[in-house]
Ligand binder design. Sequence first.
Ligand code: CAO
Length: 470
Amino acid sequence: MTIETVRVPDLGGAEEVEVIEISVAVGDRVEVDQTLLVLESEKATMELPSPVAGVVARFLVAEGDKIKKAGIPLLEITIDGAVAAGTPAETGAPATPMGAAKSGAAKSVQPARVEAPKPASAPAAVPAADSEPESAPEPEPMAPAASAVATPAPAAEVGAAAQNPPPAATGAGIYAGPYVRRLARELGVELARVSGSGPRQRVLKEDVQAFVRQRLAQPTAAAGGGAIPAVPEVDYARFGPVTTGELSKIGRLTAANMHRSWLNVPHVTQFDDADISELETFRQTCKGEAETRGVKLTPVPFILKACAIALRDNPVLNRSLARDGAHFVQREYFHLGMAVDTPRGLLVPVVRDVDRKGIWELAAEVAVLGDKARAGKLTTNEMQGACFTISSLGALGGRGFTPIVNTPEVGILGVSRAAVQPVWNGREFMPRTMLPLALSYDHRVVNGGDGGRFLTQLVALLSDIRLLLM
Ligand code: CAO
């Protein structure tokens, strides 16, 4: 039995080196020059090559160990031809890494300062390509220490491991020094996506740089969710007279909110028309009472009420996605946002507990909140807590539009202008007042079936307002 002890080489003036990576495992067959472990000083990373061919018998250090002296034994290798039964455990060599007494049977090999008989090609420790530049700051701690420990392995275990060697422990499972890890972190590069060109696929500084260069050179569309292509700057004045102006504060906030929703929410919009002929007839009959009450009765309060019922019966539309993307929050209340067009921009006051309020009460609240919005008198509280939003452009016109979900809500109803249309009743065309509806929803939470059921019920509720009482 011949055992080689591999020791810490000359530290080259460094006060301390750290074992930052153990590149092989007990039982691994190693060849001459194969990297055994990686040491890092303040300024350089050194891969320690094997001076002999053989089987790794045991480690006398673990990842994260800091070594201050050259000559400290690091690991032992059973040289080819030696019998595995003579393991270090039997030689009585200590398991503790620092200052461990060397077995008399073991030979000592220091790659940089060779003392023991060695193959002709006894290597010297070479600074790895990812050596930290002079100007680089103090190295950061490595990824979590790996499971390689300096415990003797029984012979049987060595044999089994040699047949089926475990992957070398590297903490995160990727071979890369702290400098490379830090570089990757700073550049936002996921190391797992970089192919390492170093020994044992070790990721080098050059690999990270090449990865970034390649990504930057890729067309944006192929980047798969990377940057948004910039809109080219246009000199409008070249084509005619122009003036410039500043967006209002509300305008800027709206732009930011819309952009956020547009980018985060996979939108689907479904369309349907509600036959509101009976609703309109009923509404006209209420005009007198509306005047008495001093309230304008428009279709909006009916739509609010119908939405609250449809939300109650289709609770998926009354959810929000939790930040972790794996959970949802189910709201048990029914507060509805109502988009209001104001001279200063779009505002969305919230009508609370719509399910518990009657049509007159809702009509009065819609008028009050609309007036407050236009007068710039809404409080922050009056604009918070919505479950779902209604955007009614019915008074303005238009046959349909696709509203943007007001995330983290998951649904929004766009209401367009009702118009009398010929509708086939199976025997004849009848003039019916049809209200175009568009339901946009967050497809991460709401499926087409959920959206379809919600919209179908909404259409039914508005087509037969007796159902609003149920
Ligand atoms: N179809 C036909 N007529 C409609 C209608 C519809 N869908 N909705 C409302 N109307 C009628 C009303 O009945 C009213 O007419 P009458 O006085 O004859 O009854 C008239 O249009 C004006 O209504 P209104 O706008 O004063 O009141 P409202 O309750 O319909 O709406 C509010 C209130 C606050 C929703 C509305 O004023 C508003 O600001 N809408 C704009 C919303 C918006 O900007 N959305 C886009 C957001 S995303 O960019």
